[in-house]
Write a protein of this length. Structure first.
Length: 478
């Protein structure tokens, strides 16, 4: 059903109709479009634009249509340009020409951006729930390994000994920041653009604040031109999704490395692995690799929309039709990858004996020598130089640092002679770990406290996610 055309002598060329058609992807907005139209009809009745009787007929028709949309009994057809025309067609077919009355006082410009905000409110919370599941999976695994020793890395080189639970728990922090960003997004963007009309507001409905309240928005955008052209909320959501993708990609990279024969730190469960069509022995970490790969499209979706918005004139322009597909794609990508990655993490089997065997390789205890000397009132610059000399000599002899004897150490620096009385206890992976007792350090006690804080933060996040989902789902009830 065409929503325009009265001033035209002919319909659009087939190529133009094909280019303009968006219903194939914006049909995802159908439930939200019905909800916004229901609120708008209430406003039209309240302002005397349509009679209460006609209002009831339209509302009943929209509610019946919503049920058919949900069941799949009603959907778009080949003649529909977009979700809005499809829904009006369905409504008019049910209740007759009076169905067209609901179009008064609104435009597709303010309607579509309102639909999109409601869609994102729902789906960004679904993403948040899945992120909470992934955090919980990491925290549960980390708790099992708060005493397991592992080598820590910088530059993919052995750096210092840590507990393996510290290594696993680190992923929780970035994911918790993702939840914070989602919470901020909801607070900042839960304002309604509806009532802006095409771009100058509506003469027929002077109370958009009431419609905003009925739709569950916390407020109203203050400028009608901005309201129909603003896509900050979409770009910001895509940034959040891209940042989540980066975090998932780094998890995927790490598990891909750990799963390799060269590392052998983890066995990924069969149900979260795949095989090869030609090599019968292969067991591939495809979930981890796909998590790594999906980041590219999430970043690309953000970049694409930002490029579309750059230099775009106010108010509404058809370019803004390009806001939906990247958003839908990013949401649906995360809804697929997050449960799979959570399953992979929660069912992974780690091999602490093999992990611990590498903890002191690569002279990871060198910093302990420098720290020991600092404790003996040696300036760190001198202590660093002495520790480096120890590494150089141990490397030359083909031994590890703890194998250097006290006489040899004393030759490097006189205060290293008491290896058995002070330095000796530090030149072990456990000694190095136990000395890192700060709240953010790698000692077992520190890591246990960190995991407890992660669990507390996750529980808090689950509460606000649940409350927000309940609030928004209540607003969607018909």
């Amino acid at each position: 059903m065409a929503l325009w055309g009265g001033r035209f002598n002919s319909g659009p060329a087939q190529s133009v109709a094909k280019l303009s058609r968006s219903v194939d992807f914006d049909w995802r907005l159908a439930p939200y479009d019905v909800r916004v139209n229901l609120a708008h009809v209430s406003a039209l009745v309240a302002n005397g634009v349509i009679t209460p009787g006609n209002g009831e007929v339209i509302r009943a028709g929209l509610k019946a249509l919503a049920s058919e949309i949900q069941s799949g009994a009603f959907t778009f057809n080949d003649t529909d340009e977009d979700v809005h025309s499809a829904i009006e067609r369905g409504l008019v077919s049910k209740i007759g020409a009076v169905g067209g009355s609901m179009r008064a006082g609104r435009s597709r410009n303010d309607l579509v951006v309102t639909d999109l905000k409601l869609y994102l409110n729902d789906h960004i919370l679904e993403v948040a729930q899945l992120i909470s599941d992934l955090i919980e999976a990491f925290a549960l695994q980390a708790k099992q390994y708060t005493k397991a020793i592992a080598p820590g890395f910088t530059h993919l080189q052995h750096a210092q000994p840590i507990v393996f639970g510290h290594e696993l728990a680190k992923h929780c922090q970035g994911l918790l920041r993702d939840l914070d960003r989602i919470s901020d997004w909801i607070s900042r963007n839960n304002v309604s653009p509806f009532g802006a009309g095409a771009m100058s507001g509506s003469a027929l409905v002077p109370t958009p604040e009431l419609t905003a309240q009925e739709l569950g928005f916390s407020g109203l955008l203050e400028n009608s031109i901005d309201a129909v052209s603003d896509r900050d909320f979409a770009a910001e959501a895509l940034f959040i999704f891209a940042m989540i993708g980066i975090h998932l990609s780094r998890i995927g990279e790490e598990f891909t490395l750990w799963n390799s024969t060269e590392f052998g730190w983890v066995t990924i469960a069969d149900e979260f692995s795949t095989g090869s069509s030609i090599m019968p022995q292969k067991k591939n970490p495809d979930i981890a690799e796909l998590a790594r790969g999906k980041a590219g499209r999430l970043v690309g979706n953000l970049t694409g929309l930002l490029t579309t918005l750059k230099g775009l004139p106010f108010a509404y322009n058809r370019d803004l039709q390009e806001d939906k597909e990247p958003l839908f794609d990013s949401v649906e990508t995360l809804l697929v990858i997050l449960p799979a990655l959570t399953g992979m993490v929660s069912t992974a089997t780690f091999h602490p004996v093999k992990i611990a065997a590498m903890a002191t390789q690569g002279f990871t205890l060198a910093t302990e020598i420098a720290d020991y000397l600092v404790g003996q009132a040696v300036p760190f610059s001198k202590a660093h130089e002495a520790a480096g000399a120890c590494v150089r000599e141990a490397e030359k002899l083909g031994i590890e640092l703890h194998e250097l004897n006290s006489k040899f150490l004393a030759g490097i620096h006189p205060k290293l002679s008491q290896i058995s009385e002070g330095l000796g206890s530090l030149l072990t992976a456990q000694g190095a770990i136990d000395s890192r007792k700060s709240s953010i350090g790698t000692s077992s006690i520190s890591v246990e406290k960190q995991i407890a804080m992660v669990n507390e933060a996750t529980a808090t996040a689950r509460d606000w996610i649940s409350n927000a989902q309940e609030r928004f789902s209540g607003m969607m009830s018909l």
